[in-house]
Ligand binder design. Structure first.
Ligand SMILES: N[C@@H](CCC(=O)N[C@@H](CS)C(=O)NCC(=O)O)C(=O)O
Length: 224
């Protein structure tokens, strides 16, 4: 199976981490986002949305990181996506919470406009307003993540065992480290992220992202 990816991409690292931890072999095809390779006709034919990741399983092409990890988990019979209907529904519930609530505010409103020119708003006022709004909403979601989704006892989002939701959520939260988020008010979130960072393949999968973070160390950002 081929994965079109870029290691600096949050949504790609969800797949990279899950595949690495589960020992699922993937042939990685690097797409150079900085050079605009994802907008070239060759890649547009692979993924019409011109985004990474895309999986190609012997000609079966699949986009959307959430769909891709579910597909890989199904192929590998992974316990990280339980077959029991209600347990699986809990994993889906947490995954959807991150994609549709948390990421749009924390990632797309607070973080990406600060990092990427094509996410920057057209005026200073709109830019500052978007980031401030995203920050407030992200703090709201982090409070729920900390107290209700994790609480003081859970090792992972759905209990003591890691699930797909943890792979999704941990990438979306740690994305904030690029803009110097420390999440000081959210001790359960920090404890959970610590559990994720202790995974065997975390360091190698995050090498490029960590290099990018280091290059941003001296910049000023709005953070949490
Ligand atoms: N909903 C998609 C989002 C994919 C996505 O946003 N990918 C980003 C990298 S994290 C991308 O390809 N960005 C290229 C661009 O914005 O031009 C998924 O979960 O796979």
């Amino acid at each position: 199976m081929k994965l079109y990816y870029n290691p600096a991409s949050t949504t790609c690292r969800i797949i990279m981490m899950f595949a690495a931890e589960e020992g699922i072999p993937l042939d990685f095809v690097m797409i150079d986002l900085a050079a605009g390779e994802h907008h070239k006709p060759e890649y547009k034919a692979v993924n019409p949305s011109c985004l990474v990741p895309t999986l190609d399983d012997d000609g079966f092409r699949l986009t959307e990181s959430g769909a891709i990890v579910r597909y890989l988990a199904g192929k590998a019979n992974s316990a990280a996506y339980p077959v029991d209907l209600q347990q699986r529904a809990r994993v889906d519930e947490a995954m959807e919470w991150f994609y549709s609530n948390f990421y749009k505010d924390h990632g797309y409103a607070m973080i990406y406009p600060q990092l990427f020119p094509h996410h920057k708003r057209p005026t200073d006022e709109a830019q500052a307003g978007t980031i401030a709004w995203g920050r407030e909403k992200a703090k709201h979601w982090l409070g729920i993540l900390d107290k209700d989704l994790l609480g003081p006892d859970r090792k992972f989002l759905c209990g003591d065992e890691i699930t797909l939701a943890d792979y999704v959520g941990a990438e979306m939260v740690t994305l904030g480290e690029l803009v110097h988020c420390k999440y000081g008010e959210y001790s359960n979130v920090r404890r959970w992220i610590g559990n994720m960072k202790a995974l065997q393949h975390w360091a190698e999968v995050h090498e490029v992202a960590n290099g990018y973070a280091a290059s941003l160390r001296d910049k000023q950002f709005v953070s949490i």
